[in-house]
Design a protein around this ligand. Structure first.
Ligand code: NAP
Length: 386
């Protein structure tokens, strides 16, 4: 029996995690579940999975949550400090599935516990990679990535001598606009961008997949998770989303990790590794698929990937500024204040201005990262307002 806490339980990854946990009641017991605003769904999940604690980020919703849980014996709490306290509550595994840089503080709190952290929140590693990994190392936390590509690399590298790895290749579906020309991209609506061809995900990551920023964030994530240089990380577009990643070794062998696209597979790995849980995920039938195709990402139509790589090479707080500016720009796009192509333009302008004003520094602690995050957001708001 493993005890599990889920940060971001009401989201796409959170719900998939609870689906797995609910199918194996003999294997898992839920300690704490968190959400930001959706008190109704949080209370229903906490009751269904007999959680000990439910935490809502927005303090104004505390009364609603307490009411919804009354008579259940489930403890209710609210606010940012309560989110971090939920992450610190003893549990064998914390699944970190809050969307965006908002997940930084609670995920870092989980990283300091010295237990297992199944990490879905990539923005944490993008914004605070060195600070975050130092906390993981100091606490002896077992970090298991949940992002499908990184989960694949993690599995492929198990038992491998890291020094023998030549390249790591992450695949990208190419998103819903893979074949759109630039004029059409300029008019792409949020509804069209949210229709991911292969994966069902939350809104922020769906837009990031359409711009390819998601793959850029994943490059930075991979850089922090695996012992390779930035130049050893590649991205190829693979529209079928069957091969999630490849690891090439110095003897010429290339290992690929494949499955039908279903987040329950990498989440199961995050929960149970090195054990394997039975899964309802669709089974891969290569004959039915007939062909798997690969192509290079187009840097003209999808400049976000290059911006992310550039920020990784620049180092310091550049990735935190990129991430913050991207979050604000994605929000602006979803609210129709920006066009699709303006997302990457806004991020590029913010990175230039950050460089010109000398706010890219080497972060020594979480506060430095938070300051860079705040500066990136302010720059993006200024650029959008201009
Ligand atoms: N979805 C996928 O398939 C997938 C795959 C790989 C990696 N990821 C990564 O996993 C993370 C979660 O993605 P998702 O698609 O599951 O997101 P999502 O569906 O939008 O869910 C986000 C979760 O975080 C909570 N949340 C939102 N803002 C918050 C805040 N300010 N403070 C605390 N909690 C907050 C939400 O609560 P409310 O419901 O109350 O708003 C919800 O529980 C992201 O970092 C994403 O990049 C996702």
């Amino acid at each position: 029996m493993k005890t599990v806490t889920i940060l971001g339980a009401t989201g796409s990854v959170g719900s998939s995690t609870l689906d797995i946990v609910g199918r194996a009641p003999e294997a898992f017991r839920v300690v704490a579940l968190t959400a930001q605003t959706n008190a109704g769904k949080l209370a229903a999940l906490a009751r269904r999975h007999a959680a000990k604690l439910a935490v809502i980020g927005e303090e104004a919703r505390y009364g609603e949550l307490r009411e919804l849980l009354s008579g259940s014996g489930i403890e209710a709490a609210a606010g940012p400090a309560a989110l971090a306290a939920a992450a610190e509550r003893p549990a064998d595994c914390v699944v970190a599935a809050i969307a965006g840089a908002a997940g930084l503080a609670p995920t870092l709190a989980a990283a300091r516990q010295g237990r297992r952290l199944a990490l879905a929140n990539k923005e944490c590693l993008v914004a605070a990679g060195d600070v975050f990994m130092a906390a993981v190392k100091a606490a002896g936390t077992e970090l298991v990535p949940v992002d499908s590509e990184h989960s694949g690399v993690y599995q492929l590298m198990a038992g491998a001598d890291a020094g023998t790895v030549e390249r790591i290749v992450l695949t990208a579906s190419g998103g819903p606009f893979r074949e759109w020309d630039i004029e059409r991209l300029a008019r792409a609506s949020p509804e069209e961008a949210l229709k991911h061809p292969r994966w069902s995900m939350g809104p922020k990551i769906s837009i990031d997949s359409a711009t390819l920023m998601n793959k850029g964030l994943e490059l930075i994530e991979a850089f922090h998770l695996f012992p390779v240089e930035a130049a050893q990380l590649d991205v190829v577009v693979h529209p079928q989303s069957i091969v999630h990643c490849l690891v090439a070794f110095q003897d010429g062998a290339v290992l690929a990790q494949m499955s039908c696209p279903d987040m329950r597979i990498p989440i199961s790995v995050g929960l149970a590794w090195p054990a394997r849980l039975p899964s309802p995920a669709e089974r891969l039938d290569l004959v039915k698929l007939r062909s798997l195709t690969f192509e290079s990402p187009d840097p003209i139509r999808f400049p976000a990937l290059g911006l992310a790589r550039g920020s990784l090479e620049r180092g310091g707080t550049a990735p935190a500024i990129l991430n913050a500016a991207n979050e604000v720009a994605v929000e602006g796009y979803l609210e129709r204040r920006l066009g699709f192509l303006d997302i990457a333009r806004t991020v590029a302008t913010c990175l230039d201005r950050a460089e010109q004003t000398g706010i890219v520094v080497v972060p020594r602690c979480l506060e430095d990262v938070m300051a860079a995050d705040a500066a990136g957001r302010e720059l993006a708001r200024d650029v959008i307002a201009a």
